[in-house]
Write a protein that binds this ligand. Structure first.
Ligand SMILES: [Fe+2]
Ligand SMILES: [Fe+2]
Length: 315
């Protein structure tokens, strides 16, 4: 078969909603796009453990502590499913982690913002996991089989993350004046970075069209962002909190909320490594990698011993 025939067969499969599996023929660019996207997604899960991990020891009650601990552990699991999915495309976990540690791979910029108060645990669950759900539910139908299957498991857990965050916000918003102020302050700080999580505007996102054709992506950045804003405004109203955007208003004609201009300079500045916590987050990940070397060595030695034993028994 010529390359062109293979490519047209590949596209036909995608058009017919069939999944592409690891051993199937795929264009090199499809493979590369997925490696970049899935590894970036995996890195976001494990770097995303850091801002919330910061509050586990200071959770205000045993119940809150158990919930937050479970949530942060879920994120570690998401990282593992996703690293495994990326490995089916011919990259190793060590290579991916090298790219994270040397800064060539990115992760979601939202995790480069600090978590200053307990209310930030509420804002993150509500807004950050809420935005992640908007992005990730369509990925359950991604054309690449291992990624789509990983996302189905991830999404089941994400809705619990969003709820636990919203419940924290609801409790604070109905609490004392100081608690309500904490919740408002967290919303003020996390609103715009959460809106930026959907990525650049469609006209500044050149790879999106190809990703949509390959059904890696199902909706554009701007469509997902609009959907998120429309549902979140209603949730903020129930909390009695104010979204920090003076241009936010219902547009009857469009059937959507209009919103203010996003500060893309801030977005690109954080992407380039100059956000408030970029250096701290990377240093924490590198430390964890270095300090975990003995665990990896021990696990390897153990599995080599088991293999040798098995070989001796069958010999
Ligand atoms: Fe997650
Ligand atoms: Fe989550």
């Amino acid at each position: 078969m010529t390359n062109e025939q293979q490519e047209s067969l590949f596209q036909q499969k995608i058009d017919n909603e069939l999944r592409i599996e690891p051993k199937d023929w795929m264009p090199e660019q499809y493979r590369k796009t997925l490696v970049r996207q899935i590894s970036q997604h995996a890195h976001s899960e494990i770097v995303g453990m850091l801002p919330e991990g910061n509050w586990i020891t200071r959770a205000p009650s045993l119940r809150r502590k158990a919930v937050l601990l479970a949530k942060v552990q879920d994120e570690a699991g998401h990282g593992l499913y996703l690293y495994s999915a990326a490995e089916t495309l011919g990259i190793s976990r060590d290579q991916m982690l090298d790219q994270l540690h040397d800064g060539t791979a990115k992760y979601s910029s939202i995790f480069n913002y600090p978590t200053l108060t307990w209310a930030d645990m509420g804002a993150i669950g509500w807004l950050v996991d809420g935005a992640a759900i908007m992005n990730q539910v369509p990925l359950c139908r991604c054309s690449y089989g291992p990624y789509s299957r990983a996302m189905i498991r991830v999404c089941k857990e994400e809705s619990f993350h969003q709820r636990q965050g919203y419940e924290i916000m609801l409790t604070l918003a109905n609490g004392t004046a100081i608690q309500k102020k904490m919740a408002q302050d967290a919303l003020n700080r996390f609103w715009w970075p959460a809106i930026m999580m959907f990525g650049p505007n469609d006209d500044a996102s050149p790879n999106s069209i190809q990703s949509m054709k390959w059904k890696i992506k199902r909706f554009s950045n701007d469509d997902l962002r609009q959907k998120f804003i429309d549902v979140t405004v209603e949730q903020a109203n129930i909390l009695g909190l104010t979204i920090p955007d003076k241009d936010l208003k219902w547009n009857e004609e469009r059937g959507h909320y209009d919103f203010g201009t996003i500060n893309w300079d801030e977005f690109w500045n954080v992407v380039k490594g100059n956000g408030p916590c970029n250096k701290e987050r990377l240093a924490a990940r590198k430390n964890a990698w270095d300090n975990g070397a003995w665990v990896r060595d021990a696990a390897t030695a153990h599995s080599e011993k088991l293999a040798a034993k098995k070989a001796a028994m069958t010999a």
